[in-house]
Design a protein around this ligand. Structure first.
Ligand SMILES: [Zn+2]
Ligand SMILES: [Zn+2]
Length: 136
């Protein structure tokens, strides 16, 4: 896919050029805190397919994987724009709501369904996993 996107204020912009590795919704408690709502919707792509410009701040937290997950946000408006899971070297996640054309997002799965709040039920018909899907 070729796509562009950015934060709420326009300070941070990005270009995507490559095929997503996966796309989905994550309900883990860290994503709830980071977004301020019940889940985050992300596309994961090879890092070199994601070109970012603008000033970002970052915050790393230890993920369930036992390795840090770093989230990057606009220093001006606070929009959560992308992430780097240390458990998946060379992969960047991009938050779907920051796409200029949000219809390009094609979610395939729901992860960390065990942490999903009752009020954030997405009736999507997508495969759901209690935590992460099995690898392989
Ligand atoms: Zn911004
Ligand atoms: Zn999550």
């Amino acid at each position: 896919m070729k796509a562009s996107g950015g934060c709420l204020c326009g300070e941070v912009r990005y270009e995507l050029d490559g095929e997503p590795i996966f796309q989905g919704h994550c309900h883990c408690v860290d994503c709830q805190k980071a977004t301020g709502t019940g889940h985050v919707s992300v596309l994961a792509l090879p890092s070199d397919c994601v070109k970012v410009t603008g000033r970002t701040g970052s915050y790393a937290v230890m993920a369930d994987s036992g390795m840090p997950y770093t989230r990057f946000f606009c220093v001006n408006c606070g929009s959560l724009v992308f992430g780097e899971p240390a458990s998946m070297p060379g992969v960047r996640t991009v938050t779907a709501g920051t796409l200029d054309n949000v219809s390009l997002f094609q979610p395939q799965m729901v992860v960390y369904a065990k942490d999903r709040p009752a009020w954030d039920k997405i009736d999507s018909g997508l495969p759901e996993f209690e935590t992460m899907p099995p690898r392989g």
